[in-house]
Ligand binder design. Structure first.
Ligand code: NAD
Length: 321
């Protein structure tokens, strides 16, 4: 069995190869070649932790496994990341363990790759202004991955905690893009692509603030009760997701469904757009919204990539069980 450390994951998984891995697995899901198993997530009654598993099987890629981990709010005080995860891969032919891969860096890479895939397939080609709502750990990965998809000329950002906005400014500078902290009204009026990546439980952005033609990648809502945009905005948009079952239960679409504004049939798996079996954006003035809920198969896809590359480059430890 191979063991791939967080450090070696950082070295072998790039924005480009993570993008291809996630694009490929979304396509396999929509083609019925890959499926996710039900998610387990539990408050364990210890250290205030939430712990669970995300798992699945990608027949097309020959990838079987699970990501296990969760959220330990006290970790920061110990100098550790609050979100902790590890991916275990198994040989689908024998069930033997194939690899154990650090999942923290990979989670950020695969989440950023998902919104980047949505931008590639759904945003207007002439998108110039990128809007960022959220300035936490994930936000820099999101901005870097998005910037590679269109010829953006500027980044505008908003965050509930303005002291965190320097993180967005620094990332934009690194990408050679001007950055401006703006109100939500200005962000909606200026941005052609908007990424939301917060842990909000109330709508931040509303229907009236978003201009026609915008593409939104709503990435923060991955749990029941979380919400980043109002249900009216979801209802007004052409909707896409990684997995419809998750979008309506734990994703951004959950609220519009609960309010009876939309049904499941309004939501297209992004993989169907990648495969060319469903249209993506059909009009320049259409608002498109990708509800990125985060599926286990994304984790497995990037972990399999890390195991493969680290194994080939002598960057994995090998143990026999
Ligand atoms: P973080 O804790 O580093 O940052 C949280 C962000 O949310 C900050 O910008 C903070 O200012 C903002 N925020 C906190 N409370 C808020 C509130 N009540 N209202 C509005 N904004 C608030 O978190 P992170 O690691 O950057 O993750 C951000 C979100 O993305 C989380 O909700 C996380 O669960 C989610 N996430 C989703 C996926 C996916 O696949 N969809 C993957 C990883 C993380």
């Amino acid at each position: 069995m191979l063991i791939v450390s967080e450090e070696n994951c950082r070295k072998v998984v790039t924005r480009e190869n993570a993008f291809s891995a996630v694009e490929g697995v979304f396509a396999a899901m929509a083609g019925g070649e890959a499926y996710n198993f039900p998610v387990i997530r539990e408050a364990i009654g210890h250290a205030d932790a939430l712990y669970g598993f995300k798992s699945g099987f990608d027949r097309a890629g020959g990838v079987l496994g699970l990501k296990s981990g969760g959220y330990w709010p006290g970790n920061e005080k110990r100098g550790l990341t609050n979100h902790q995860s590890t991916v275990f891969l198994f040989d689908p032919d024998t069930g033997r363990p194939h690899a154990m891969v650090g999942g923290n860096h990979l989670t950020a890479m695969r989440t950023a790759a998902a919104s980047a895939v949505s931008i590639r397939y759904l945003a207007r080609e002439d998108a110039k202004v990128l809007g960022m709502i959220g300035a936490g750990f994930q936000s820099t990965f999101q901005m870097r991955a998005a910037a590679a998809q269109r010829r953006f000329e500027k980044v505008v950002g908003w965050n509930l905690h303005p002291q965190m906005l320097s993180r967005l400014a620094e990332t934009a500078a690194e990408l050679g893009l001007p950055f401006e902290a703006v109100s939500l009204d200005r962000l909606g009026a200026e941005a052609d692509v908007i990424i939301t990546i917060t842990s909000s439980f109330e709508p931040i952005l509303t229907r009236r603030q978003v201009k026609p033609g915008t593409h939104l990648a709503c990435m923060g809502t991955d749990t029941k009760g979380k919400q980043e945009v109002d249900a009216a905005l979801v209802a007004a948009a052409t909707l896409f997701t990684d997995e419809v079952a998750q979008a309506v239960s734990i994703g951004e679409c959950q609220h519009a469904v609960a309010e009876g504004l939309i049904g499941e049939s309004r939501i297209t798996p992004i993989g169907a757009v990648i495969n060319g079996t469903q249209p993506g954006r059909t009009r320049d003035d259409e608002i498109t919204l990708f509800d990125g809920t985060g599926v286990g198969l994304q984790d497995l896809a990037v972990a399999a990539l890390a195991a493969d590359l680290a194994g080939k480059r002598g960057m994995a430890d090998e143990v026999s069980l």
